[in-house]
Design a binder for this molecule. Structure first.
Ligand SMILES: [Zn+2]
Length: 193
């Protein structure tokens, strides 16, 4: 868990779109500038969200833009870890959750299978070894889920961020108690910091 200095100008501030959708994170300095220029307003309910950073400025935890920003969704970058996350860290053949998960090419590489969302799955070592250079049909193994490309994640910027309590009303699905058993990327990201 990364510590946030309460008086640091680099402390993270959650930036909301005009419609309260989380957009990104900036630092205090930029947040104060945006508010000062009338481009954003400080948001909060309890009053705890404001701390004095020095004699002049209040320190917002959350700001909301006064105008709507449109941002194209970016496709998920493919990586081993993203594949494991998509598959809930479970072997797509036997359901095991080993720490040393491997990547299996459904249509094996030796037969031209590529590293694409729809052709790779998480597999435990034993299943991967057993399947070897064969298709699931050839190996007599069944996939538990059809591999798919996950939808873009508009909140990926929150992935490695320590969430502040004051942010939770705006990202309720990331609250630790919201969905403790869920293996979703959001919960995993929060637990993993
Ligand atoms: Zn397995």
């Amino acid at each position: 868990m990364s510590a946030i200095k309460s008086d640091s100008t680099s402390a993270p501030v959650l930036v909301l779109n005009q419609n309260y959708q989380p957009l990104n994170i900036c630092d205090i300095r930029r947040a104060v500038k945006l508010v000062g220029k009338g481009k954003a307003e400080s948001v909060g309910e309890t009053g705890n969200y404001v701390h004095t950073v020095d004699d002049i400025f209040d320190k917002p935890d959350v700001i909301r833009l006064v105008y709507m920003v449109r941002r194209p969704l970016q496709r998920r970058k493919m990586s081993r870890d993203e594949v494991f996350t998509r598959d809930n860290n479970s072997c797509q053949y036997c359901g095991a959750n080993p720490r040393d998960m491997t990547i299996d090419h459904v249509n094996p590489r030796c037969k031209g299978g590529e590293f694409t969302w729809t052709n790779v799955v998480s597999a435990c070592k034993a299943c991967n070894h057993r399947k070897a250079g064969r298709t699931p049909q050839e190996a007599g193994m069944r996939l538990r889920n059809k591999p798919f490309e996950p939808r873009p994640n508009p909140y990926s910027f929150l992935k490695f961020e320590s969430l502040k309590k004051t942010w939770l009303p705006f990202v309720p699905w990331l609250a630790p108690e919201a969905n403790p058993s869920s293996g979703s990327f959001e919960t995993a990201a929060v637990a993993g910091d």
